[in-house]
Design a protein. Structure first.
Length: 44
């Protein structure tokens, strides 16, 4: 699981989405504190 800060997430969103498409999860953090999880969409 990759952890990135908000600035990096905004700058490299396309790259992070490619990683998610490959089955990885990305945690987005603010000041070192996790605030969001970017993961593949799972239809219900």
């Amino acid at each position: 699981m990759q952890i990135v800060n908000i600035h990096e997430a905004k700058t490299h969103l396309s790259r992070l989405l490619e990683a998610v498409e490959q089955g990885k999860e990305v945690v987005i953090a603010r000041a070192g504190q996790p605030i969001a999880l970017l993961s593949a969409y799972q239809p219900r």
